[in-house]
Design a protein around this ligand. Structure first.
Ligand SMILES: [Zn+2]
Length: 205
């Protein structure tokens, strides 16, 4: 018997949320959208996801008001997918989930997330312990950690090596020549020493 998509017997808001974001790949699509990925092909190369699955996830997330489809080119018509406020509100959940994964399954540190205003690493709920506030998502700066591959094969991963704010669109326009400020290889190799102490940082990283 096929597994149902919903949790009809569950009177629970976690179950309700999982009906929307609990399918395989869905949270990773949202993660990428937080990182600034907007275009179908960019999700495709960065996630390595089957095309039909990606199309279904984008459609479902749009129908649920988590992503909004925006036309960015008329001929041929091309749309991009941008997080709505409802989608952006998932950031603290993803932040917590990422920390939980690293703490309990021994993942090495792949990225740092800091409050861009003061440079402090975020706490587990997206808060800045120094400024004592939940950091607005556009003020979160993302930089590579010691466990991140600094020479990835796909162009989206390469673009994401540069320090950037969350939601800042990943610019993958091939028409635009890369300037001297847009190196294609390992721009994060000179990654700064993290501001916050990190108990999980591998020795010698
Ligand atoms: Zn701060």
């Amino acid at each position: 018997m096929a597994l149902g998509k919903d949790y009809a017997t569950q009177e629970c808001s976690i179950a309700r949320a999982l009906e929307v974001v609990g399918e395989r790949w869905t949270l990773l699509v949202i993660r990428d959208a937080l990182y600034g990925v907007r275009r179908y092909n960019d999700f495709l190369v960065h996630l390595g996801i089957p095309r039909a699955v990606l199309a279904a996830r984008l459609q479902a997330l749009t129908a649920e008001g988590i992503l909004e489809k925006r036309r960015y080119q008329e001929s041929p018509p091309r749309d991009e997918y941008v997080l709505t406020d409802r989608g952006i509100a998932l950031w603290p959940t993803l932040r917590s989930l990422g920390l939980w994964g690293r703490e309990h399954f021994g993942e090495s540190r792949l990225r740092y997330f800091r409050h861009a205003v003061c440079g402090t690493e975020l706490g587990p709920y997206g808060e800045c312990p120094v400024c004592a506030l939940v950091v607005p998502v556009p003020d979160v700066e993302m930089t590579p950690g010691p466990g991140l591959d600094l020479d990835p094969a796909d162009p989206v991963s390469r673009a994401l090596l540069a320090p950037r704010r969350l939601l800042e669109p990943v610019d993958m326009d091939p028409q635009k020549p890369a300037g001297p400020d847009a190196p294609r290889k390992s721009p994060g190799a000179e990654a700064r020493e993290p501001v916050g102490a990190d108990a999980h940082k591998p020795v010698g990283a």
